[in-house]
Design a protein around this ligand. Sequence first.
Ligand SMILES: CC(C)(COP(=O)(O)OP(=O)(O)OC[C@H]1O[C@@H](n2cnc3c(N)ncnc32)[C@H](O)[C@@H]1OP(=O)(O)O)[C@@H](O)C(=O)NCCC(=O)NCCS
Length: 208
Amino acid sequence: MLHKWKQEFLYNFKSITYFLGINDTSLMVNPRIQHRPTICYRPIKPSDLETLERIHSDVFPIRYESEFFQSVVNGCDVVSWAAVDRSRPDGQSDELIGFVTARIILAKDSEIADLLRYDSSRVDQTLVYILTLGVVDAYRNLGIATALIREVIKYASSIPVCRAVYLHVISYNNPAIHLYTKMSFNCIRRLHGFYLINESWSQLLFVA
Ligand SMILES: CC(C)(COP(=O)(O)OP(=O)(O)OC[C@H]1O[C@@H](n2cnc3c(N)ncnc32)[C@H](O)[C@@H]1OP(=O)(O)O)[C@@H](O)C(=O)NCCC(=O)NCCS
């Protein structure tokens, strides 16, 4: 059943130090993968376009415009990280198996401006907003999304004027909510009718 309300979560990355910066991570063998994966993280690049579009369509119930994918792969206004499995055979060792995309926005222009206790004279203060996050099914529960979010937090914490990282999540997406809560994101507000999926307004959590 779809509930018609929204939630917001707040997380201030500057008060917490967990910038582990995981790279070149060797993981436990997943029964759905025929080999021991060696996961690496890198920026998304133009040659990732086709795979990125396919994975988005596989993992999300909503379609994204082609302009969005062009912005991601060309780094236009969007920062991104890809997860790849270097142990994959058949020339797939650089193919995306996970991704996160994010954008810097001005804090004063964001939906959570009212919740941030910031100096309004500091018009340069920013937030990092996570646009999309996904991991292909066979590689889930291996810590890949956790590592991708850490990359975003590490990036945000390197920007002196950045105040927080935030994102939206549909409120019945338990794996994602579990992940964000585990990573010390806080729910700060419930939003109503943020996304329209399959003709029904869905719940959403707003995480910062
Ligand atoms: C959400 C998603 C990105 C997580 O990716 P992942 O690489 O599997 O995440 P991690 O392995 O880093 O962590 C997953 C955590 O969720 C937990 N989890 C998995 N399924 C769960 C479920 N049904 N309910 C609650 N928790 C769940 C895992 O146990 C793990 O927690 P743990 O480390 O405490 O054991 C992935 O499931 C996905 O791509 N989903 C589809 C796209 C999506 O929903 N994106 C988020 C939109 S905001």
